[in-house]
Design a protein around this ligand. Structure first.
Ligand SMILES: [Mg+2]
Length: 285
């Protein structure tokens, strides 16, 4: 174990010194923290483990995610958050000239990350076609913006999607995700986007290349087989599916090999194994 690990932990948690958690369906659903998530995250941090958060949700900035976790009672800073919005900005910095013009179907968090990366956001695709159309979650999506995105792509703009999740888990139901909007743009243009978010390994590769994340000493915890678990398996990162979000135990039974997790947890408390009842404030009934 590296120096930053200060204490032993029970169960599966002790085998790893770095954890990468998905957010929606793993740490919280809507505004509610999921069972034991706050206690487990605090235990991991107190024991000196590195904790990162990896989300395909492009609606918020890393600063906003850090504030959200702090409000739930988990110490957090923006550098711990890897978002598809931020990863999209990094990708476009490599793919396009500085100051390139973007038409964005997305929310404030995505727009802020792209502006912070030096891009010019345009509200109209005419008369000058933008360099790229970027599509993320947009809860104010309209036919008019779909038509603008279509026109720009059909006239030469690149088509980039923050992620392709068709759904995301809200408090009491599944809601349409960015993937549903990406599908609309793809249908209208008959083009396929470059998808930046999970399961594209590019979203984590820079952290592995810099040695910040060492795959064999890291556990990735997610709620979706087709994004979280598929990504972990591509990068040879041990992974656990937690059943508090989208994918179910039945999904695991018929999943393709590349989407099979090593562990399936009913809730995050099970990272602590048999000690879960004595360590957590609210034992599972
Ligand atoms: Mg999720």
């Amino acid at each position: 174990m590296p120096e930053h690990v200060r204490a032993e932990l029970p169960g599966l948690a002790n085998r790893f010194d770095t954890f990468v958690f998905d957010l929606d369906g793993v740490v919280y659903r809507g505004k509610r923290a999921l069972p034991h998530a706050v206690e487990v995250l605090n235990l991991l941090l107190d024991s000196g483990r590195q904790v990162f958060y990896l989300t395909n949700n492009s609606g918020h900035t890393r600063e906003e995610y850090a504030a959200r976790l702090q409000a739930l009672g988990v110490p957090a800073h923006p550098e711990q958050f890897i978002t598809s919005a931020w990863a999209t900005a990094l990708y476009l910095q490599r793919a396009l000239p500085a100051g390139a013009r973007l038409f964005v179907v997305g929310e404030a968090g995505l727009k802020e990350e792209l502006q912070a990366a030096g891009f010019t956001l345009v509200e109209s695709v005419e008369p000058q076609i933008p360099d790229a159309v970027v599509v993320g979650i947009d809860r104010n999506f309209t036919y008019a913006r779909l038509a603008q995105a279509q026109y720009a792509i059909l006239n030469g703009a690149r088509f980039v999607a923050t992620n392709a999740d068709a759904t995301y888990p809200a408090e009491d139901r599944l809601m349409p995700g960015a993937g549903a909007l990406v599908a609309a743009v793809a249908a209208a243009t008959e083009r396929r986007p470059v998808v930046i978010g999970k399961p594209n390994p590019q979203i984590l590769q820079p952290f592995i290349d810099r040695g910040v994340i060492q795959p064999e000493r890291t556990l990735l915890v997610g709620d979706r087989l087709d994004t979280d678990i598929a990504l972990a398996n591509t990068l040879h990162i041990p992974c656990a599916l937690v059943l508090t979000g989208v994918s179910t135990r039945e999904d695991v039974e018929c999943a393709p090999l590349e989407q099979l997790p090593q562990w399936v947890l009913n809730h995050l408390g099970e990272l602590l194994g048999d000690a879960v009842d004595s360590l957590l404030v609210h034992p599972v009934p």
